[in-house]
Design a binder for this molecule. Sequence first.
Ligand code: PLP
Length: 372
Amino acid sequence: MHFETKAIHSGAGVDESTGALAAPIHLSTTFERNEEGEPSRGFSYIRDGNPNVVRLEEALAAIDGGDAAIAFGSGMAAGAALMQTLPRGAHVLIPDDCYYGFRHIAEEYFERWGLAFTIVAMEDPGAVRQAMNAETKVIWSESPSNPLLKIVDLAALAEIAHGGGALLVTDGTFASPALQRPIEHGADIVLHSTTKYLGGHTDVQGGVLVFRKRDALFDDTLHARKIIGGVLSPFNAWLVLRGIRTLSARMRVHSENAMAVARFLAAHPRVEEVFYPGLESHARHDIARRQMSAFGGMLSFLVRGTRADALAVAAKVRLFTRATSLGGVESLIEHRASSEGPGSTTPENLLRASVGLEHADDLIDDLARALA
Ligand SMILES: Cc1ncc(COP(=O)(O)O)c(C=O)c1O
């Protein structure tokens, strides 16, 4: 079945008791047990499992090409739960450009959890190979990366990880499963912040881990969710599943619009550099072409000058909204270093844009005015 069809029909099905096409939302926190004391219909307590979350997990596993998925209350909860399953003494490779929250997890919590990490230029397979050691259990990758839109060669990283007895984990939030399915390139686990494109409407928070195999690590991570408790609410599961239904159509327009905006910015004299994997000038455009079916709605650019010059451009937009986050229907722009705060390694003259589903000409007019 094609992606578009899976995205419509996975985790779906007419409700047995009413015939409703849209799934009912089950808010019950507890479920009846039978006379033998066992769960009567497979559910027991909301933190252990919920029908809406199960539907969503089925859909996410299907569209990302995995065996199984575990949904969480946020992307960060998903990543943290996975790291908490690692044995003490494990070593993790972290990319030099990735969602700053994960760098914070490594810097602030790994030591308390008995984990070690090394920050690596993940787009350089030679550097990754060199950074591996006998304790390396996970190569953490993100492609395209946040905020510099770096592209890593997933197949090359999978080979290095597996050669060293480690797992390749890929944060695919920027691409979404509509444009890139890391498991098809060798990744073992894919993370998405479903707060972004999967939800798609700036109104729901969630995260997911999609597993290539339903194996012991899957069981361990599911257990971590139950015990540590980073669960997704039934209503949020329902919203993310609804978002999945329109994902492929939205991603097509996000990608077309972002390409038009990237080309406009690349030709603008006040723009020093544009980071968008769809541009032929992108350092790893060829790898992006191989791994992605289109290049998504996220881009960053350097405004010629200083932090103040970049902030001045962001201050003048009218159609874009100055806000963090991404993946919704409306276009956003942010001065990324300000959002990341102390410890940010993002260039001070960088603006990051989440290009939405408005008409591309209107978005370009808005940026032209802001840059004038
Ligand atoms: C690439 C990426 N991964 C993970 C996250 C974390 O997701 P959440 O905010 O749902 O915890 C974000 C959030 O912006 C992100 O951009």
